[in-house]
Design a protein around this ligand. Structure first.
Ligand code: ATP
Ligand code: MG
Length: 449
């Protein structure tokens, strides 16, 4: 099959827009006599006039060739083997061109593919990719953009279209449905008819996918721009019921709207260049559990203990990493602390010094900042904090790109987003005390007077 080809003069991908280390790898492949293509998100994003998140490379060189050509490299993955080439802290992902893998003959109705390492040529590689807009290649030898699947037209029309038969592709790998939602939300694109019908029909297939990949993809949706839209799409197509049944039941319809509003607040902030760490986003999922308490009658400790247990159970059911669950519990307890103890000066003074007060405050602002009757209370906390002469942090200038599974304590602590580096980071970032709970320092309120 002949692909559509856009020559350099007809597309905007210039080498200036490609990350220099990625470019180096591409040139190196070419010099060694191999094919080298920029592919996937980077091609798609540059063609859309956006700044790519990362740069993926495809080549006809096999993993062993790559290991030989690039000394600073490592093979990763099993189901889908790729080679990481390291430049300092950065790594460039290089994948060998593949062909479509058919589900094993003895698999019956089970189309799920758990070994996707059959090598192939450019054409076969294009057709085993997920969506047409993700299957465009930029050839380092000719600077052409190569399109086998109609991705250029779909980019133009703002369409997410599965390559091949959508229902088959989603059964092979159900995470593709979450990826479809991720892209539709991120770019405001719509689903092609068959793609949409398959997504609507197959949410229950998601249980066949690895729980780890599912959680990761869900959190990509929750931490990217337009997360409100993403959350609503997940709900509309039945994925929240499938993946997080205990949570969706616990928060109810009204609670869902509350979470969507919280996400919308974060989205608006992102439009203004203010971003929040994933802990804040996660805490937002549990805001509906802050049901009406009567601060005259109820006691902080009783209410906090109840919500701690409740969030703990739900978070376990959601398979949240421990650190995120601990953060959510703490940030929600913090909301009660703000409500219950604003008239206790000693506690106020102590709580504003708590390492994660900043994030508690940010959650409060995002959720309740606009609630007029709370303004006097908010002033109390703000004044106390001002007396510390430490501006309230918790907001960063760039999106939190941490992989939610990558900041477990044992692996040497978290990679915080830029400008927010653990100890000794610049002023204004959230302060993290000695970590427990896989890196999250909980507030200890037992000795408060
Ligand atoms: P992002 O901007 O989020 O990185 P991306 O499209 O680059 O988007 P990646 O997860 O980095 O997404 O994957 C790179 C490319 O690999 C995709 O563009 C797509 O062509 C292919 N791909 C990724 N996951 C799958 C999958 N589950 N099935 C088929 N192809 C996939
Ligand atoms: Mg990518």
């Amino acid at each position: 099959m002949e692909p559509a080809v856009l020559q350099r003069s007809d597309h905007p991908i210039s080498r200036k827009l490609i990350d220099p280390d990625t470019l180096r790898v591409l040139y190196r492949l070419k010099d060694e006599g191999y094919e080298g293509f920029l592919v996937g998100g980077a091609v798609r994003d540059i063609l859309m006039g956006r700044h790519p998140k990362d740069f993926d490379i495809a080549t006809d060189a096999r993993p062993n060739d790559l290991r030989r050509i690039f000394r600073n490299s490592r093979v990763v993955g099993r189901r889908f083997k790729i080679v990481h080439v390291f430049y300092g802290a950065k790594n460039i992902e290089v994948a060998t061109l593949r062909s479509m893998v058919e589900a094993p003959l003895d698999a019956g109705d089970d189309l799920y593919i758990d070994d996707d390492n059959q090598w192939g040529d450019l054409e076969s590689d294009a057709f085993r990719r997920d969506f047409t807009v993700n299957a465009l290649y930029y050839d380092i030898r000719t600077f052409d953009v190569i399109d086998y699947t109609g991705g250029l037209a779909d980019l133009h029309d703002h369409v997410i279209r599965a390559i091949g038969e959508a229902s088959v592709r989603f059964q092979e790998d159900p995470v593709r449905m979450l990826r479809a939602i991720k892209f539709a939300a991120r770019y405001g694109y719509h689903f092609e008819k068959h793609t949409e019908a398959a997504i609507r029909a197959l949410p229950a297939e998601i249980h066949k996918a690895s729980r780890f990949r599912v959680t990761e993809e869900i959190f990509r949706i929750f931490t990217q721009p337009h997360r409100e839209r993403g959350l609503r799409l997940l709900h509309e197509y039945g994925f929240l019921h499938q993946i997080y049944p205990a949570w969706i039941k616990a928060i109810g319809d009204e609670g869902f709207e509350q979470v969507a509003d919280f996400f919308a607040s974060i989205d608006r902030e992102a439009d203004d260049g203010r971003f929040y760490p994933v802990e804040v986003v996660t805490a937002g999922l549990f805001l509906p559990l802050l049901d009406s308490v009567d601060i005259q009658v109820d006691q902080y400790h009783r209410v906090a203990a109840r919500v701690t247990a409740e969030i703990g159970n739900i978070a376990r059911d959601m398979d949240l990493p421990r650190r995120l669950a601990a953060a959510a519990v703490d940030l929600i307890r913090g909301q009660y602390y703000l409500l219950f103890h604003h008239h206790r000066p000693k506690r106020v003074q102590r709580f504003v010094q708590y390492a994660n007060f900043d994030l508690v405050w940010r959650v409060h602002q995002l959720a309740f900042g606009h609630v007029e009757p709370l303004h006097p209370l908010q002033e109390i906390w703000q004044d106390a904090r001002e007396r510390l002469n430490a501006p309230i942090g918790g907001v960063v200038e760039s999106p939190d790109k941490r992989d939610i599974f990558s900041f477990r304590g044992k692996t040497g602590g978290g990679r915080m987003p830029q400008g927010q580096q653990g100890r000794g980071r610049g002023r204004g970032g959230p302060r993290f005390a000695e970590p427990d709970n896989d890196g999250w320092a909980s507030f200890d309120d037992t000795e408060a007077g």
